[in-house]
Design a protein around this ligand. Sequence first.
Ligand code: XIL
Length: 353
Amino acid sequence: MLSPAVLLSLIAACFANTGVGKAETQTLREAAARHRMIIGTAADAVHLKENDYATTLSGEFNQLQAENEMKFDALHPRPDTDPNPYNFGPADQLVEFAQSHKMLVRGHTLMWHSQVARWVTGGHYTPDQLSTILKGHIDTVMKHYAGKVYAWDVVNEAFNDDGALRSTIWYNRPGIGLADQGTKTIEQAFRWAHDADPKAQLFYNDYGIETLGKKSDAVYAMLKDFRARGVPVYGIGFQCHFDLSFDNPGALNSFEQNLKRFAGLGLKLHITELDIRLKDSSDASLQAQAKLYGELAGICVKQRACKLFQIWGFTDKYSWIPGFTRGAAGWALPFDDHYQKKPAYQAIFDAFK
Ligand code: XIL
């Protein structure tokens, strides 16, 4: 784990030259810095050559996270027997961009059922072999980025909506050999990650755990157990892929209560993948979206353990939403297709002020 002093200096560097102390706050990163908060976004190296993309990214955010380029299939496309199993190029480009703009880098993700390289999913490996593959992957990737990536989503989306463990290649199909021991597979990943880079902040990340319920109860029980037994977990990531239906007192209240109980375990809280999809881009929809963005940012600012407010991309131009949700939906982010600020931008900014 990063010591508080080291982390503070890292974060302070990200807040430097951002106008803190100047009379007028003009960007999200300046506004967030007032609360010592991190404002992050998912990003893709392929877009960095686009001037509007690069200037918005570096001007408004003090953290980036690879939307895809640090996933298993991207980083480790060839088997370990290949002379060149890893492909760090695009992810390294993101890291260099971040460093040259005093931004933090958050890593995503080491153990996940999706976007695993085909050589693994189609390789018919035994549990022993899969265990070696995953340990090697975590070790190589985290050592490559040690000192550059301050936090990792070590495990992503390991639970089903009903709170049962998700059936995956790492867990039980066939898994790394620990499927008969409940959350032991997840614990093992955290232990390997801690060994690989003892200074990195290690997170469990998931969707559908934002409010009280079966799934968040299951994750809560696991993390309570991990904390009690000294398993090296530092925080929890709430993805927050929402639509406007989340804007009701029941859900918002439940979200706040839920954040509180995880904070009560001594965990840091990160909002990791927020987007709010709309059915249309009417003024009314954009205003309703802004209201919800503002409310969520306000809840994070209020909760001391909430250190990161991160959105899943920043421009509607490259949002994953139109391609991934059933039915017509989109317009999910605070900047439109032409990098113009939407009402949501102002609402987040105001919540940070
Ligand atoms: C998504 C990306 O945004 C897409 O570009 C990609 O095609 C699929 O994955 N939960 C996660 C993210 O943890 O990694 C996912 O990102 C969105 C859901």
